[in-house]
Design a protein around this ligand. Structure first.
Ligand SMILES: C[S@@+](CC[C@H](N)C(=O)[O-])C[C@H]1O[C@@H](n2cnc3c(N)ncnc32)[C@H](O)[C@@H]1O
Length: 199
């Protein structure tokens, strides 16, 4: 068995043992351990949340005093103490819907985006599709994120990675590219960890 497959199986097994819906949960746990992105009582929204592994992790961190909202094209089985919206990141009404859902004139402390397009297998196309989803995520973030808030965006590594990092740096005080150990080495995914939203 190849090492990468062994690692994938190890996280799948761990997810099952610990009651997480996806092994993706470990990527967020590892990112949060390194960068302290989410804290107790935070209000958090995740774009591309199905089946809900990250939402489970967020929910444990923020506790009952926090607020957790997930968005996805696909329905998810309900998770106690969290909210869910079935919809798309490119819905022109999304900003309005998110702000209405959180209510009281509030904004989010943290935005997470783990979106992946339906992969075609043609790398350039998949890369561009994923980047386009993340651009929508950044655009919505600038309207729903509290000043000083944090964010994480999955990106597929490729030609536009560099420009992308500088684009995000205009909005956040600190932007780091990270590949958590739970992310498969053979996958081109990377995470942009963005701290302290400036506007
Ligand atoms: C890798 S999965 C997310 C896994 C999730 N973070 C977890 O921990 O379980 C990527 C998700 O992005 C969603 N997605 C793709 N395009 C989207 C769009 N336009 N709007 C919202 N979600 C989208 C997919 O439906 C899919 O569920």
């Amino acid at each position: 068995m190849k090492l990468t497959k062994a690692k994938r199986d190890q996280y799948r097994k761990l997810a099952k043992q610990q009651g997480y819906r996806s092994r993706a949960a470990f990527k967020l746990l590892q990112l949060n351990k390194s960068y302290k992105i989410i804290k107790k009582s935070d209000k958090v929204v995740e774009f591309g949340c199905a089946p809900g592994g990250w939402i489970q992790v967020v929910s444990q961190i923020v506790g009952q005093s926090g607020f957790v909202l997930g968005l996805d094209l696909k329905e998810i089985s309900p998770l106690a103490g969290t909210r869910f919206i079935k919809g798309s990141i490119d819905d022109p009404q999304l900003t309005h819907i998110l702000l209405e859902t959180i209510g009281s004139g509030d904004k989010f402390d943290v935005v997470l985006s783990d979106m992946s397009p339906n992969v075609s297998g043609i790398w350039e196309i998949d890369h561009e599709r994923q980047i386009s989803l993340t651009k929508y995520a950044l655009n919505v973030s600038t309207k729903v994120l509290e000043r000083g808030g944090n964010a994480v965006y999955k990106i597929f590594q490729g030609a536009s990675t560099k420009t992308f990092v500088s684009e995000f740096s205009e909005h956040f005080a600190l932007v780091k590219l990270s590949k958590p150990p739970a992310s498969r080495q053979e996958s081109s995914e990377l995470y942009l960890v963005c701290l302290s939203f400036k506007e």
